[in-house]
Design a protein around this ligand. Structure first.
Ligand SMILES: Nc1ncnc2c1ncn2[C@@H]1O[C@H](COP(=O)(O)OP(=O)(O)O)[C@@H](O)[C@H]1O
Ligand SMILES: O=C(CO)[C@@H](O)[C@H](O)COP(=O)(O)O
Length: 495
């Protein structure tokens, strides 16, 4: 028997999957690590926590098998996070993550400096979560740290660098830095020159299925793998989620509820123009792209709710009985803006609300309202794709949120589309394993690999009465942002 390993470096944890030639997940292991929120809007992690967690998870994964049976390994990673490296290859400070919104000032500077080139070259607006604003923030506010930095990596690239000693970045993740010419697939000289960054600051670019080396002896020993295991670059978690869900041609849509929430649609055409309303990035499949809307605090909203109001319970205990509460949670609405928002309101100052709290509401109504609010937020992205002419009829749902069947039915009713789950909800990890399997030559294309590896499970169809109720509630939900924006701006000084 031979295997590949897919590593999904998430925000809450790293998850490792051992997958055989039939695409069957033979073993899973995961390790969580802390998030640091030193100030409101800040979000950091220790880059070496990712490395330690990954090595431990792999060692557990392969403990019962012959190490030489693992032919290849690849990675999926939380996007945009900045890891600045010194001359010796060590991080100069903690990594600043995708959900950190401290960089509003730098975003305005980028817009002002790049003008029209921002959208025409990087194909995206300047958003706080992206990498370039973080680089400029460190240069401005932590010059000592910045002066030590000679290059930068994204989260999974740092882990791979520690495992192989080689610096690389793949196109799907590089697209989220705001420094890539997305259609031209090269670092943008225009962007680098505009901000005085040398070309040597950026790592070499590779395809997601690209072979980048083998394991360093020390890393192989810690992971319990052979030094001959082939390492493939991997991709952004959403690109890998798309691969692991079989989203490799026009027509299918992805919904991912991890820490963030994502609605993603495949794009063949590099010239598709959403005018910066949704993100436009390179896919993990060669020369393909995707459009995507992002809810910053999707699963994070539910885990915040659990941590705050039910810290000793599991998600299943917290959500027990949530299916008996009717759509609309008894008139309780939640907007999931716990850390600001990206799509459709790029706003780092907005914060969450419960609207309509009634004396009859119990904790279960709040839990349902949180799930509905997250899904309404994602529906804003579905709406934008539909308005741009995309047909959204079938949505593959992945991520931790897809573990709950009530939530999957709720998605079908709110999106008014058929929702399909996977046998294993870990789409990004499976996508990473598929990149390794394709890279190893097990299949002639990612599509051929997908036919074998991607296994759909249950299908949820929209229920007309609930669809109608949610249509009315969505109209009310959409008004909450505008009605609470000014209040939240006034509250900024008190955070
Ligand atoms: N049993 C469950 N039911 C519903 N939601 C869940 C369950 N378990 C986890 N989640 C949600 O999934 C999120 C984690 O998803 P995951 O895909 O692992 O995230 P990440 O990749 O960002 O680390 C949690 O924040 C939580 O909201
Ligand atoms: O910022 C984005 C996408 O632009 C996020 O989707 C991150 O990539 C983090 O993903 P999860 O940890 O939620 O999977």
């Amino acid at each position: 028997m031979s295997y590949v390993i897919g590593i999904d470096l998430g925000t809450s944890a790293v998850k490792a999957l051992l997958v055989d030639r039939d695409g069957t997940v033979a073993a899973e292991a995961s390790r969580s690590y802390p998030l640091f929120h030193e100030r409101s809007g800040w979000s950091e992690q220790r880059a070496d926590d990712w490395v330690e967690g990954t090595l431990e998870a792999i060692a557990e994964l392969v403990s019962g098998i012959d190490a030489s049976s693992v032919e290849g390994i690849s990675f999926s990673g939380q996007m945009h996070g900045l890891v600045l490296l010194d001359q010796a290859g060590n991080p100069v400070r903690n990594a600043i993550l995708w959900n950190d919104t401290r960089t509003t000032e730098q975003c305005r500077e980028i817009e002002h400096t790049l003008g029209d080139k921002l959208l025409s070259v990087t194909r995206n607006p300047a958003l706080e979560g992206f990498t370039l604003p973080k680089i400029l923030w460190v240069r401005q506010y932590e010059p000592d740290a910045f002066n030590q930095a000679v290059s930068f990596l994204l989260p999974k690239d740092y882990v791979r660098y520690r495992l192989t000693g080689q610096l690389h970045m793949d196109y799907s993740d590089a697209a989220g830095t705001l420094m890539l010419d997305v259609a031209g697939k090269e670092w943008s000289q225009d962007v680098l020159e505009a901000f005085g960054l040398p070309a040597s600051f950026c790592p070499p670019l590779v395809e997601s299925h690209g072979f980048v080396g083998s394991l360093l002896p020390e890393a192989a020993a810690k992971a319990g793998l052979s030094e001959l295991t082939k390492v493939f670059a991997g991709g952004a978690d959403n690109a890998c989620g798309a691969i692991g869900s079989g989203i490799l041609s026009e027509g299918l849509t992805l919904c991912s509820i991890g820490t963030s929430g994502v609605i993603l649609s495949y794009e063949n055409d590099e010239s598709s123009d959403y005018k910066g309303k949704v993100h436009f990035f390179n896919h993990g499949k060669e020369d393909a792209f995707y459009a995507m809307g992002v809810t910053l605090a999707a699963g994070y909203s539910l885990s915040w709710f659990k941590k705050t109001f039910a810290p000793t319970e599991s998600f299943d205990q917290l959500l027990d009985g949530v299916g008996e509460v009717k759509p609309g949670a008894g008139g309780l609405l939640f907007t999931p803006y716990l850390v600001g928002e990206r799509t459709p309101h790029a706003d780092s100052a907005i914060r969450a609300s419960f609207i309509g709290v009634d004396g009859s509401h119990e904790r279960i109504h709040f839990a349902r309202a949180v799930m509905e609010g997250i899904t309404f937020s994602l529906n804003e992205s579905v709406d934008m794709l539909r308005s741009a002419g995309k047909s959204v009829e079938k949505i593959v749902s992945i991520g931790g949120g897809a573990q709950n069947p009530v939530w999957l039915q709720m998605q079908a009713n709110i999106f008014d589309a058929t929702v399909v789950s996977l046998e294993n909800e870990q789409g990004p990890g499976l996508g990473a394993a598929m990149l390794a399997a394709y890279g190893c030559g097990w299949f002639e294309s990612l599509e051929a690999c997908s036919e074998r590896f991607v296994k759909y499970a249950s299908e949820y169809t929209p229920e007309p009465e609930a669809v109608q109720t949610y249509r009315e509630l969505f109209g009310i939900y959409q008004q909450v942002y505008g009605q609470t924006k000014g209040l939240n701006e006034a509250l900024v000084a008190f955070r």
